[in-house]
Design a protein around this ligand. Structure first.
Ligand code: NAD
Length: 366
């Protein structure tokens, strides 16, 4: 189990993965370590070739890998297929299969990018948030989940289900991570309306007793959406269920100037407790396949590159390499290089130029 399973996927997935591979190669050059890459097919490309978004071969590939490196899946070409044939099932089924229940989405502000964010610079001071999204339950997976057409009227149902085990493990992880930061945890729910949220809040309060050094507060998701833009620096670690976490983190990406900036790590283990490095994890940017810009060489690869940094931290337990990658991204941004989405004027670089510059920065720092 020594290789990285690389699944580029659809749309801009392959474009950003290509740049992140340059980063892995530059890390090989400066450390002398070797990272084997094994490529697999997933999502829309897999539907076109094999009639399914996730084949047994790809499952075998990821199950035998050390870490999964994922681009994005989906696109209009596959939008009208039956629900059981959607490209997105590729990633959803991988998350479930590997039990990747914790999705860590750091929202960091690069100082030099404050002017590129649509949010006022003064609001962005001291923003450093970690959104922890539950990833293997809730509306995405609950049954029944279907459309009903009984000839009189059309209807549809999705089910939001959580059991206490699913809530406890993600909340415990969030308390532990909060302990390693500034000891502040915000739990997001909709407990004024949803039964799952009432149970979520009860369990968070019960577990809080085990973490007396962490300051806990609860916030309703609608207010959280507003506070993230109004006063984002009030947050440190945020924990929430699957759907709320998905939506809030796309919103939070605007603080860091673009959806293309945010990385993520999906873990089946507590950070730092990947005993023998054998436990499963997957690294992907938080954005999707962005069909509107695919093939135009304007995708921002930084979210994928920062996901590479997270892979070195959590899968390989090389925090030093992770910091080297992040520092290199910072240096390149400070040098003024910008992809289109983070440029505030008419000058921008191609996706490949951004990848090349960060890779050569890594080589020059050492
Ligand atoms: P999206 O995240 O793909 O794009 C939203 C907007 O952000 C678009 O305008 C896009 O151009 C821009 N954007 C995204 N990434 C960017 C980047 N790296 N650089 C510059 N701009 C970037 O969301 P969408 O358009 O709602 O969805 C497109 C497809 O992606 C859908 O099929 C959706 O289901 C799929 N999707 C997949 C994943 C995944 O694979 N994990 C996640 C989200 C969406």
């Amino acid at each position: 189990m020594s290789y990285i399973a690389v699944l580029p996927g659809d749309g801009i997935g392959p474009e950003v993965i290509k740049e992140a591979i340059k980063i892995i190669k530059s890390i090989e050059d400066v450390t002398g370590n070797k990272y084997d890459l094994e490529y697999g097919i997933v999502g829309g490309e897999s539907i076109d070739k094999f009639g399914t978004p996730l084949t047994e071969d790809t499952i075998k590939l990821i199950e035998n890998s050390k870490a999964v490196f994922f681009g994005a899946v989906g696109g209009p070409k596959w939008d009208n297929l039956e629900s059981n044939l959607r490209p997105e099932l590729g990633i959803l089924n991988i998350r479930k299969r590997l039990d990747l229940y914790a999705n860590l989405r750091p929202v960091k502000i690069f100082e030099a990018l404050k002017e590129s964010s649509p949010i006022k610079s003064s609001i962005l001071n001291n923003v450093d948030i970690l959104i922890i999204r539950e990833l293997t339950s809730g509306l995405y997976f609950g049954q029944p989940k279907k459309q009903i057409d009984d000839n009189s009227k059309r209807a549809a149902v999705d089910t939001m289900y959580y059991d206490e085990y699913e809530i406890e493990r993600i909340v415990r992880m969030s308390f532990k991570i909060a302990q390693s930061r500034i000891k502040k945890l915000t739990s997001v729910d909709k407990s004024n309306v949803l039964e799952t949220s009432k149970l979520w809040r009860k369990i968070v309060d019960e577990l809080a007793i085990d973490y007396p050094d962490v300051t806990l507060n609860h916030i309703l998701v609608d207010n959280a959406a507003m506070q993230l833009i109004l006063n984002p620096s009030q947050f440190d670690v945020i924990v929430s269920e699957n759907t709320f976490g998905d939506i809030l983190s796309d919103e939070a990406s605007i603080l860091s100037a673009s959806l293309g900036m945010l990385p993520s790590a999906s873990l089946s283990f507590f950070p730092g407790e990947n005993i023998n490095g054998n436990l499963k994890s997957l690294y992907e940017p938080i954005h999707g396949s962005a069909p509107d810009i695919a093939g135009k060489s304007i995708a921002n690869p930084i979210g994928m590159i920062l996901s590479t940094a997270m892979m070195f931290e959590f899968a390989f337990e090389h925090k030093d390499i992770s910091e080297l990658i992040t520092k290199s991204v910072d240096n390149v941004i400070n040098s003024g290089l910008r992809t289109k989405d983070i440029s505030h004027d008419s000058k921008w670089c191609k996706t490949s130029e951004m990848g090349d510059s960060i890779a050569s920065q890594i080589r020059s720092i050492i």
